[in-house]
Design a protein around this ligand. Structure first.
Ligand SMILES: [Zn+2]
Length: 318
């Protein structure tokens, strides 16, 4: 399916990116004392993806230390935020600022282009008209609404009581790993969710448990092997996207995703990278010709699977 050359500034205004970035920087200050992580909020843990204790420092941003796991090569924050600290961000309204400023404003292009493409990608692989879908971390619910308009049966999960308030769609409020589901689904999706969780592997295993035999798991996660990550290693700064200090705590590697798929007796049907690296780094709007060249460079980076996010479709082994 054809890719979309996405202009970051059509989705999110520069001023909004900067102000939300600043807002979160302020809201996480309480977790530190003289730039040192407070024990009340942080703990040292092994790699959230493979459990190895061996790691080395990759870079430090906004007082967070990002380590590369020497076993699975993924990147994670060390020390790591304790369970519950992030949940508070979602339930106390802090995360709502992100929704209001960055998600809702770009909702037209999101719904008409991006979410539509996601659902079409699923449709192309699953080959069925009656799709039942569970969207974990459903947020505003736009993706589910697009699926619902195709006649699919959709349900969501989100820790926020405000989630999906604009649409008439059933949402389980709470932590996905703690909810017991009474039925199975054809598709379980995690759009930008696993990197926020303290136990992402448990969540993927759980998704497999509630999947119909020919079902599909779809997730989009920040990559640990991308242009942006290499850039940050050389030229340290605090980007308005990708890192999202305090919220993105795990960055995935393709090798590990293949391993997870193998363990679940699934296979990677489709993988693509959807980066917005160059525009995130430059954070400037240019004339049309320059913008086109920037989008072309990004497109090339994405084709090399080196964009800042992976989008992955796991299906049962044939
Ligand atoms: Zn690891």
């Amino acid at each position: 399916m054809e890719k979309i050359k996405l202009n970051l500034f059509h989705l999110k205004a520069k001023e909004d990116l900067l102000s939300v970035h600043q807002f979160f920087k302020e809201s996480i200050k309480k977790w530190f004392d003289n730039d040192e992580p407070k024990e009340d909020f942080f703990h040292i843990r092994s790699c959230p993806l493979c459990n190895s204790d061996r790691s080395e420092l990759e870079y430090e941003i906004d007082n967070f230390s990002y380590h590369r796991c020497l076993e699975c090569e993924s990147i994670y924050t060390k020390p790591h935020l304790k369970d519950g600290v992030l949940d508070e961000l979602y339930s106390d309204g802090t995360y709502q600022v992100y929704q209001d400023s960055l998600v809702k404003k770009g909702s037209k292009i999101r719904k008409g282009v991006l979410e539509l493409r996601k659902s079409s990608q699923i449709e192309n692989i699953i080959n069925s008209d009656e799709v039942s879908l569970l969207d974990v971390g459903c947020g505003s619910g736009t993706f589910m609404q697009v699926c619902k308009e195709k006649g699919w049966l959709v349900e969501g999960v989100d820790p926020s009581p405000e989630a999906c308030s604009e649409y008439d769609i059933e949402v389980y409020q709470g932590n996905f790993n703690e909810i017991s589901f009474k039925k199975k689904y054809d598709v379980v999706t995690f759009w930008g969710v696993l990197e926020h969780l303290s136990e992402p592997i448990l969540a993927i295993r759980k998704a497999k448990d509630i999947l119909n035999p020919d079902g599909m798991i779809v997730f989009e996660v920040p990559s640990a092997n991308c242009f942006m990550s290499e850039y940050l290693k050389k030229f340290n700064f605090s980007p308005t996207r990708y890192i999202e200090s305090g919220r993105h705590n795990i960055f995935f590697l393709k090798k590990l995703i293949d391993q997870i798929a193998y363990e679940l007796k699934m296979e990677v049907s489709l993988i693509e990278s959807n980066g917005l690296d160059i525009q995130t780094i430059l954070l400037e709007e240019f004339d049309q010709i320059t913008t086109e060249k920037i989008l072309n460079i990004q497109d090339t980076i994405n084709d090399l699977l080196l964009g800042d996010h992976y989008r992955i479709f796991l299906t049962s082994q044939k």
